[in-house]
Design a protein around this ligand. Structure first.
Ligand SMILES: [Ca+2]
Ligand SMILES: [Ca+2]
Length: 263
């Protein structure tokens, strides 16, 4: 009987030692999170409070409980479509904003970005004048995609630009861009907008900025021009006299300064 007890005790000690050695070996190895979902519908390893970064192959949906703050990034930079953001928020790709019900009220110290839906079909000509320095290729980015031809010495210049790193340069003598006739140029009686930035070298002599005109008459259908230091507008309904508007002032023009906009 004593001999049997001794045998059982010896066996237990060996078993304990085995378990102990096994546990010790497991403890000294670095813990590696599983890369497979647990079986039986169990929940995968959660995000934890450790300082090491964590990544997850699947998507992540937050705040299904409706907490006041859905996501706080306390520090660092956030990237979407990039792993090397260089601003507080860097988006590599397009940003789609749904139009709000109304313009948001200003918050002191913050600039607000909000969307205003514009029907692109209303834009009939859109000249970004973007391209390489000296290029004479001007594309129309509106849905109409009008063919645009550079005349004289009109060209792309990277010396000055407001958007996109380049603009259209005209030396003041015989340079212009032209597009063929189209129903798009019939403004009609509804509201319309002509909008562009211009940087005139001088505002003393008359200079046409934008016009619809016939090849056979000096009276344009409409024209926006600089004259004696002002932006002006003229329009005709009959092609022979400025019966709609004749040099209506649209504000003072300053050399080398923009912007110009009219509506
Ligand atoms: Ca441009
Ligand atoms: Ca010229």
């Amino acid at each position: 009987m004593r001999s049997l007890t001794k045998q059982i005790l010896t066996g237990f000690i060996i078993l304990t030692l085995g378990v102990f050695i096994g546990v010790t070996i497991k403890l000294v190895r670095a813990w590696v999170e599983p890369d497979q979902l647990p079986p039986g519908g169990n929940i995968a390893a959660p995000l934890n409070t450790g300082s090491a970064g964590q990544s997850k192959k699947g998507g992540l949906t937050l705040n299904v409980g409706g907490a006041q703050y859905g996501l706080i990034v306390a520090d660092g930079l956030v990237g979407i479509g990039t792993t090397t953001p260089n601003e507080k928020l860097t988006v590599e790709g397009n940003l789609s904003l749904k139009e709000g019900d109304s313009s948001p009220a200003a918050t002191n110290g913050y600039t607000k970005i909000y969307s205003k839906n514009v029907d692109a079909s209303y834009t009939k000509l859109l000249l970004h004048a973007d391209g390489s320095n000296g290029s004479t290729v001007f594309g129309d980015s509106s849905l109409s995609a009008h063919g645009v031809t550079a005349y004289g010495n009109a060209k792309i210049s990277t010396t000055q630009s407001k958007f996109g790193g380049s603009s259209a340069y005209f030396d003041g003598s015989g340079d212009y861009l032209g597009a063929g006739d189209s129903n798009d140029w019939d403004i009609g009686s509804a509201d319309f907008t002509l909008d562009f930035w211009v940087r005139p070298s001088n505002v003393g002599s008359d200079k046409t900025l934008f016009a619809k005109r016939s090849n056979s008459t000096s009276v344009n259908y409409f024209v926006v021009y600089i004259s004696s230091g002002s932006y002006k507008f003229a329009a005709t309904s009959n092609g022979s006299s400025w019966d709609i508007a004749s040099g209506a002032s649209m504000g003072s023009a300053n050399a080398n300064l923009g912007p110009f906009g009219s509506s």
